[in-house]
Design a protein around this ligand. Structure first.
Ligand SMILES: [Zn+2]
Length: 82
């Protein structure tokens, strides 16, 4: 994992290498989640697994992962090539 800063919004991000070998920019702050096949959200674990999930409050789960930054970046358009 590499710490970095989002070029679009200046937020602290982590580059996490997924098991597919792709580096994903994720929010540096861990989020709690519960696994949910086909769930609405994606989370990347520190080990590089990309999991469908529901994000929950910290007391509702002891699982932590990282949300792909493009899901939360206020300037996410810069991640998407038109
Ligand atoms: Zn950003």
């Amino acid at each position: 994992m590499g710490q970095a800063t989002c070029r679009a919004c200046g937020a602290p991000i982590l580059w996490i290498k997924t098991r597919a070998g792709k580096s994903m920019p994720c929010d540096a702050k861990p989020q709690s989640y519960v696994e949910s096949p086909g769930g609405p959200q994606k989370i990347v674990t520190a080990a590089g697994d990309v999991i469908s999930c529901n994000l929950v409050e910290v007391h509702q789960s002891n699982k932590r992962g990282y949300v792909p930054h493009w899901a939360t970046c206020p300037n996410a358009d810069s991640f998407r090539r038109k």
